[in-house]
Design a protein around this ligand. Sequence first.
Ligand code: FAD
Ligand code: FES
Ligand code: FES
Length: 491
Amino acid sequence: MRKEIRFYRRGRRIAKSDFAPDATLLDYLRLEERATGTKEGCAEGDCGACTVVLRRLREGRVTYEPVNSCIMLLGQADGAEIITVEDLADGELHPVQQAMVEHHGSQCGFCTPGFVMALFALYHSEARNMDRPRVVKAISGNLCRCTGYRPIVQAGLDACSGKPNDRFTQNEKETAKLLSVFEEHDNIFVGEQDRFFAAPGSVDALAKLYAEHPDAILVSGATDVGLWITKELHELPKVIWLGRVAGLDRIEDSGRELRIGATARVEDAAPALASIDPDLGELIRRFAGWQVRNAATIGGNIANGSPIGDTPPALIALGAQLELQQGDKVRSIPLEDFFLDYKKQDRAPGEFVRAVSVPKLRDGEHFRCFKLSKRYEQDISAVMGAIKLRLDGRQIADARIAFGGMAATPKRAKATEARLKGLSVVDENAAAAALAALSEDFTPLTDMRASAEYRMEAARALVAKAIMEIADTPGVATRVFGARSDAHAAA
Ligand SMILES: Cc1cc2nc3c(=O)[nH]c(=O)nc-3n(C[C@H](O)[C@H](O)[C@H](O)COP(=O)(O)OP(=O)(O)OC[C@H]3O[C@@H](n4cnc5c(N)ncnc54)[C@H](O)[C@@H]3O)c2cc1C
Ligand code: FES
Ligand code: FES
């Protein structure tokens, strides 16, 4: 049992045991280290001013992961090297900083450290042929209120094209060696029985610890939990971080289905999900911003039970099964059965989400999913619709439809599914009439994201659009970005 967390900082190995279980990484940097280059703007993961980069060793490769330090727990930095904006210049400005100067990418400067760190991560990403969509994707989690984005995008295009060559690249081999020392999967427990930060190293250790402390808060990426601390001012005396549990982040592809481990990060699950259908790739591209996707997990997106989480409706429509574990008991349920009521899930004390299994599309099956939100990136859905149809010729042999934003939970549209069965996809009138059943399935609410009327109208339009696309109706344009494959390629 390890009684401290360990990370690298400015060439030094730091071991810490004197920290609160719910201390954020940003508070550690600004209040303890006095590394105040990293800013606090929104304190809720929205603006990117607090972006830092974590260098980690993943499958033998050194990765550069931009994250929002405001909603990340200090304990989650275990095993990483923390790089902040002060660390980039080394006698002279880093190429990313120099490009920001040359393109006038900063005015008041408050957002600048965050943009620089996101671009620094892009500079070290594997993407070499830099283009505008890639730069935009990299800074989709950063807001600037005065400069405007054009000069910042230009700086990204200039600095991040070509092979990286800075002192971080030069010391990568040495860094890999240093980080490999952190690779063991021992259990971490810092604190006392009634107040601790713990990070089990195996599923068994997690099951045992959670059974002993069913009142502890499980933390995966902390992109929800972080806001309980910064916005709701909750104190979390007992924290179990899942990020070190060996194998819990594994993504397995059996050919017929994907099994996605609970702690697989949204960013890492994107290619596997996109391989089922390009719409899933596009959905993930629009999931929050790069920093959040680097921390947020698929398990967290399901376990939080949000009625407006993006992946549950899509996974329900695909027929996903959820795997849960309590002690040494493992059970598997259809994902839709997990969501009982508003923020009430079918999860016993001490039980945790282990994985979700997602069947791939079979012959004759067609899938579409659409996210409607006010902003294109970094925004929560007003309505999220997912539709799977199995066709027999032109006839709908089976339908699975699920929505987010339409009820207190992600929910299937069973009346509509039943009405669509047996109809022809080319019989637009019959399909339109069947969609009236959506008002039997849902009674949406009006809130700041959308009115009830808008939600109902939009839901009907999304199913109609899916049917039109699946029927391949000639001459009907349904996408702003053109064909589905184009939309995906733009990601
Ligand atoms: C700026 C911003 C933008 C966002 N945009 C989107 C978006 O576009 N789409 C979207 O769907 N969501 C969005 N979110 C919400 C959030 O990022 C996601 O829900 C994310 O997937 C949560 O995962 P996490 O690993 O960070 O969960 P955490 O915050 O670690 O945990 C969330 C909840 O799940 C529980 N939990 C976590 N893992 C497990 C487990 N294995 N078993 C049991 N319980 C568990 C925790 O105890 C907690 O109650 C956004 C959040 C922010 C801050
Ligand atoms: S301060 Fe705004 S994202 Fe962290
Ligand atoms: S330079 Fe002022 S907010 Fe971006």
